[in-house]
Design a binder for this molecule. Structure first.
Ligand code: MG
Length: 256
């Protein structure tokens, strides 16, 4: 089912999204080599709870996800479990995917952070993954289709020789975290679900430096690249308004 939100509900979505903005900016300032992904998780948990919001990933799914954030390091694409034993090293990249529920409204977003001095080709991957999101965002307008977004993201990334993960997609969001429609990072312009004013969606390119083939680890959550090359992920929650797309989880003033 595709949910159509009212203007009042859009305001609730914005309040929820602001919490994730705070998580991302705090982490941007605090992440450093030597921290564990469990340390990062604790920071995100503290911020979300300080707003009386609920971390939506915690205990989600089966087996229940044990973290507030998905902490995916280097070859981990998504759904990495935060652990005391996973310590960030100089040169790593860390994607932090996080969700919050405030007054019943969900937000979901991701940033990939550079830890210390990262190899130029990996830095480029992170930068272009983010750019591909904005290429897709431009097309997130009422009347356009999910295929318009997907085709544009795939074209942009494949132009650099990157892999575009297909098994996982963006999604509708609102009073539940994952809902229709799927918002794939590939597709055909003019095809897919037609966006309407009042929808909220997540666009979330998952892009690999090598092959797009992925596999799941034995923890039943962490998705890694099969070739062990790094992957990057970027996501915001987006409202489809009459004036175009509006990102609730992005600080427009700071550009982050
Ligand atoms: Mg998402």
């Amino acid at each position: 089912m595709v949910e159509i939100l009212t203007d009042d509900e859009f305001e609730m979505m914005k309040e929820s999204g602001k919490i994730l903005q705070e998580v991302f900016k705090t982490l941007r300032d605090e992440l450093k080599p030597g921290m564990s992904t469990h340390d990062v998780d604790k920071i995100a948990y503290g911020i979300i709870r300080s707003h009386d919001a609920i971390p939506s990933f915690l205990n989600f799914g089966q087996p229940p996800f044990p973290g507030t954030i998905c902490a995916s390091v280097n070859e981990a694409v998504v759904h990495g479990i935060p652990r005391k034993s996973t310590v960030l090293n100089d040169g790593d990249i860390l994607s932090v995917d996080v969700g919050a529920i405030l007054n019943g409204y969900h937000s979901d977003a991701c940033r990939t952070y550079l830890i210390g001095d990262v190899a130029p080709e990996v830095k480029d991957l992170v930068k272009r993954t983010e750019e591909s999101f904005f290429v897709g965002l431009e097309l997130a307008k009422a009347g356009n289709r999910t295929g318009d977004i997907g085709e544009a993201i795939a074209k942009y990334c494949e132009g650099f020789g990157y892999g575009v993960v297909r098994e996982l997609t963006g999604h509708g969001i609102g009073t539940s975290m994952h809902q229709d429609p799927d918002v794939p990072n590939y597709g055909k312009a003019g095809h897919g679900y037609k966006l309407k004013k009042g929808m909220a969606i997540c666009i979330e390119p998952m892009i690999t430096l090598g092959s797009r083939a992925i596999e799941m680890l034995g923890d039943e959550w962490t998705i890694v690249t099969r070739d062990g090359k790094p992957a990057s992920h970027y996501e915001n929650t987006i409202l489809i308004t009459e004036n175009g797309p509006y990102m609730t989880t992005y600080d427009y003033e700071e550009g982050f």
